[in-house]
Every structure is written in C-alpha cells, then in structure tokens.
Design a protein. Structure first.
Ligand SMILES: N[C@@H](CCC[C@H](N)C(=O)O)C(=O)O
Length: 281
C-alpha cells in the first residue's frame, strides 16, 4: 500500500500530514506512524497528523501520533500546520481562513492570518493537579512551585495542562540544562501517570522567555506550541512574566497571549510546507 503525504514544520517541530477526510479512522496504525517518523529508515518527523472529518459540529478532526506511536490530546505547532494543510487542500488563499478543529483536548480554532502566520485560539488552560494529571499535590490544588526530585536534584516545578500535560521549571540559563539526560526522567516520573512534556524556561524579560523542551513521546524537539503556552501560564502564575510574551525556542519565536477577557490562550506562529511525497508502507 502507498500513502500520499505532505511534510510541514512549525519552527522546526516537523510533521507528516495525511489527508484522511474520507474516513473517521486514521489511515495508519500507531506502529506505521512510528516507522514513518524514523529519521533514518522513514520520512523523518516528530509526529504524524491526520485531517479527518469534523465531529461535534466542527469543520475537521485532528488526530496525531507522536514519533513513539503514542497519541497526545493536542499539538500547538501541529494544529497550525494542519490549518495550512487544509487551506492548501481546499485551494484557498491563506489570508483569513478559520477552522474549528475537534481534538482530544476539545475544539481548537486556528486562523490563517497571512501566507506564513497562523493564530490559534488554544482554549482555557487547566491548572488543577487532577487535570494535569499529577499526584504532586492534592487533586483539587494548583501545582505551583512544587518540589520534585529528578536526577538527584530538587527542582521547583509548575504544572499546566493545555489538553496535554506540561511540567515547567524556571532556570537561570536554559543552555546549561542537560536535557538529553534528564528530560526522559521528568517524562517518566511516577508523579505523572500519563507521562509529561517538560519545559525549562529562562526569563529574559517579563515579555520575553527562552525555552527548551523535552516532549512526551518525541524527546528533544526544536519547538512545542502547547509547551510555550503552558510556560507563559506558569510564568504568570508565579509572577515572572506578563500575560503577553514572546517565547523563543531553538527553532524560532512564538507570540503567546493569555487573554484577560475570555481567559483563552492565543498562540501565533508560522506553518511551513516542506515537501510532498508518496510512501510505500
Ligand atoms: N509539539 C507539540 C506537542 C505534541 C504532543 C506532545 N508530544 C505530547 O505528547 O503531549 C506542540 O507543538 O504542542
């Protein structure tokens, strides 16, 4: 069997997009997606995204498999790529299209605001321990500046769910963090029953954060949209940053706003097509 795909990236967080509009079941299994993501034996990507028919009154549904085959609830960079993919599939100009997308984290609304930029209404962040989920504190409490033992050190972490779990640590210098050795220990820590994405943040100014990320199911990536949103929320909760800030990632910058009006998070950043192809499964 052969499958048509288009490769996109959002700040170097890269995805294989599949046109799945004719069926509500992903055209690939998690194991096949894992093979496609392999950077040596496959196409190479951080995840595979399927554009399926809408559910619950939405225009489309997004399903995504991480490069390890696990299925996350949401993906911020991925949903910008999906919006660009849908506009390209529909032959629309990228000036003003807006889609309501069903995800496992609820309805998310990306809007194409120019040829390159997509602004996404990411919804309201969840803050209670039971919603992350984590056992770091009581189920009905917020997880703010909690001590967590990892790799023989106590880290002060704040946890936020953007539909998917994030564990955020503020540090003096993100470049000094040995992400390749400690990232996986955070991800698999027993206090996170569904594993976690892990962000390290350096506050450059109240409106400018530097971030490095270890993603659940993908490891070190060049950018993470939900992670940037969760990190801004953690910065506001701990009074380290403003409600609007630039988040600089290894792959480039995202603009994040936590609206005081509707409490939704708005993320703006690029979505770029790389190439199209056909893959023999
Ligand atoms: N890169 C994504 C997040 C993808 C999902 C994540 N690995 C998880 O398992 O939660 C983003 O841009 O948000």
């Amino acid at each position: 069997m052969a499958i048509e795909f288009t490769k996109y990236h959002g700040l170097g967080n890269d995805f294989i997009l599949i046109d799945n509009r004719s069926s509500s079941t992903p055209l690939l299994t998690p194991e096949q997606a894992q093979k496609l993501c392999d950077r040596h034996f496959g196409i190479g990507a951080d995840g595979v995204i399927f554009a399926l028919p809408g559910e619950n009154g939405t225009d489309y549904t997004m399903r995504i498999f991480n490069s390890d085959g696990s299925e996350p609830e949401m993906c911020g960079n991925g949903i910008r790529c999906l919006a660009a993919f849908l506009a390209d599939l529909e032959g629309n100009s990228r000036q003003s299209d807006q889609y309501r997308i069903h995800t496992l984290a609820g309805a998310i609304v990306p809007q194409l605001i120019s040829d390159e930029q997509v602004k996404v209404d990411m919804g309201i962040p969840k803050l209670l321990a039971s919603e992350i989920p984590t056992t770091l504190c009581a189920a009905s409490e917020k997880v703010i500046n909690q001590p967590l033992e990892v790799a023989g050190k106590t880290w002060e972490v704040t946890c936020v769910s953007m539909g998917n779990p994030h564990c955020i640590t503020f540090v003096e210098d993100v470049a000094a963090i040995p992400l390749d050795t400690i990232g996986s220990q955070f991800e698999h820590h027993p206090v996170f029953p569904q594993r976690t994405n892990t962000e390290f943040i350096q506050v450059v100014r109240r409106d400018y954060l530097k971030m490095r990320v270890w993603e659940r199911g993908a490891g070190i990536t060049l950018a993470c949209g939900t992670g940037a949103c969760a990190s801004l929320v953690a910065g506001v909760l701990t009074d380290r940053c403003d409600r609007t800030a630039t988040v600089e990632l290894p792959g480039g910058c995202l603009q994040i706003e936590w609206s005081e009006i509707d409490q939704h998070i708005y993320m703006t950043g690029p979505a770029t097509q790389v190439f199209q192809g056909r893959y023999e499964i």
